[in-house]
Design a protein around this ligand. Structure first.
Ligand code: NAD
Length: 463
């Protein structure tokens, strides 16, 4: 740099387990975002003129490159956000290994679809929308960009990816790999926080694919409203788990521990509320306790560590405040308990099991997004269903019971986008990832999800 050049302000990425600097990258100037969108619009003309299959073929070789870089990408993701190293590498491998099948699924979903009656022949055609803003969170630093960017690109849109400010470096590396194969200007990265995100939403984009908190989703919906911009909002959750009296306690408690504490609870479909039949409450909690005591928390770079830190001091403070408030209102911490725990150094929050909770407490109403499992008992199935549904969120849910017909009937009464019986909420291959109530507004994945990244057009002629 010469003495007359001034350095652009930088986004600095901090390792939440050690407080050290992982790296830095120049922030995108807010005033440059409109020009980036304009460049993406020019690039969209030739990209959008290709067929879905041609675009998929351009992206297909990225699978092998992502696979060859999975260890490096996973290690960087782990350092940036504190995810245990094996899980972070697993996330990178999942993106790489699933890419080929996903490309095929998108191409099939977006194929021309004929409709006809006695008089008219029609074709439903899935055309590009134009320029897409993909705004993503930090908790799955590779998967979230991947799930937003790939269907948008194959549908013929050009994309500006605005990754979370917590995990920007790994998102840039991901985009760099896709850009080894994509034509210039088809995928760019906007670097920054909510200010850059908002400027992107307000710019001349046609589709906003957002994954993040309910609060930001509401702001984006407000900003997108005047221009009637298309939005896909995948938002937060407060997932319930209902444990019926005939549940396999080993299975149910293992699921509860895994799904409450995985990624230190920083998963949109984490189990945050557990309702257990009063007759098995004590046995269930004891089973959860013994499994929780066996969890290894610590440096996420060390193999075998299962629970890392919170992504940031701000996230830790939010989680600890919820735990402290619940305890002050009468809840009991059977394990962990937030700020007083020896391993609450740095950004760590101990895996915490709370009993004595109720729905007047914030911890049963607001998303926690930390390693906290709240257990409440119920006496009738109607009460369990009412408690599970007493939430503004409706992302995932689970019901455990040996009588699967009865458990499925309970699951069908739960107001959530995805409900699992004796398993987590994720569906079979080809199912959408979908929330209801304040957890979602639009959705992705599966044929129904892929079509939301395109403009459906009806072309008709008389027979
Ligand atoms: P967040 O809402 O704070 O930020 C998400 C992204 O939005 C970031 O890139 C941020 O910079 C950007 N942003 C912030 N303000 C903006 C604005 N006004 N306009 C445009 N962009 C803006 O969320 P987070 O803390 O990064 O992620 C955690 C949240 O994400 C949790 O609520 C979690 O449940 C949710 N999540 C949901 C899903 C799902 O599939 N439903 C998946 C993962 C995470």
């Amino acid at each position: 740099m010469t003495s007359t050049q001034t350095a652009l302000p930088e986004l600095v990425s901090i390792d939440p387990a050690h407080g050290t600097v992982v790296g830095s990258v120049a922030l995108t100037p807010i005033e440059g975002i409109a020009a980036m969108v304009e460049a993406a619009r020019i690039a969209q003309q030739s990209w959008g003129a290709l067929t879905h299959a041609q675009r998929a073929e351009i992206l297909r070789p990225a699978a092998a490159r992502l696979k060859s870089e999975a260890t490096r990408l996973g290690a960087l993701a782990s350092r940036e956000m504190g995810k245990p190293i094996q899980e972070a590498i697993g996330e990178a491998n999942y993106c790489a290994e699933g890419l080929g099948g996903e490309l095929d699924e998108i191409v099939t979903a977006l194929a021309d679809t004929p409709r006809e009656d006695t008089r008219v022949s029609s074709i439903l055609r899935y055309a590009p929308l134009g320029v897409c803003a993909a705004i993503t969170p930090w908790n799955f630093p590779l998967l979230m960009p991947h799930q937003s960017v790939i269907p948008a690109l194959v549908a013929g849109n050009t994309v500006l990816l605005k990754p979370s400010e917590e995990t920007t470096l790994v998102a840039c590396e991901y985009a760099k790999i896709l850009n080894e194969f994509l034509p210039d200007g088809v995928l760019s990265v906007v670097i920054g926080d909510g200010k850059q995100g908002r400027a992107l939403v307000l710019a001349d984009v046609n589709l906003i694919v957002f994954t993040g908190s309910r609060e930001t989703g509401k702001r984006i919906l407000g900003d997108a409203g005047p221009g009637l911009k298309r939005v896909i909002l995948e938002l937060g959750g407060k997932d319930p788990l209902v444990v019926l009296d005939d549940a396999d306690l080993e299975l149910a408690s293992a699921f509860a521990v895994r799904n409450s504490f995985r990624n230190a609870g920083q998963v949109c479909v984490s189990t945050e509320r557990i309702y257990v039949d009063a007759r098995i409450h004590r046995a269930f909690v004891e089973s959860m306790l013994s499994k929780t005591r066996a969890l290894v928390q610590g440096d996420p770079a060390v193999e075998g560590v299962q629970v890392g830190p919170m992504v940031s001091a701000r996230q830790k403070a939010k989680v600890v405040a919820q735990i402290d408030a619940a305890i002050a209102s009468g809840a009991t911490a059977l394990h962990g308990g937030g700020s007083d725990e020896p391993n609450s150094r740095g950004n760590f929050v101990a895996p915490t099991i709370l009993t004595g909770v109720n729905h007047t407490m914030d911890i049963m109403r607001d998303e926690t997004f930390g390693p906290v499992a709240c257990v409440q008992s119920f006496t009738t199935i109607d009460e369990a269903v009412d408690l599970a549904n007493d939430s503004p969120f409706g992302l995932g849910a689970a019901v455990f019971g040996r009588d699967t017909t009865r458990a499925s009937a309970v699951a069908a009464r739960i107001d959530a986008g995805m409900v699992g019986v004796n398993q987590g909420c994720g569906g079979a291959d080809g199912c959408p990832w979908v929330g209801c109530k304040e957890s979602g507004y639009g959705f992705h994945s599966g044929p129904e999800g892929h079509r939301q990244f395109a403009q459906v057009r009806v072309l008709s002629r008389l027979k």
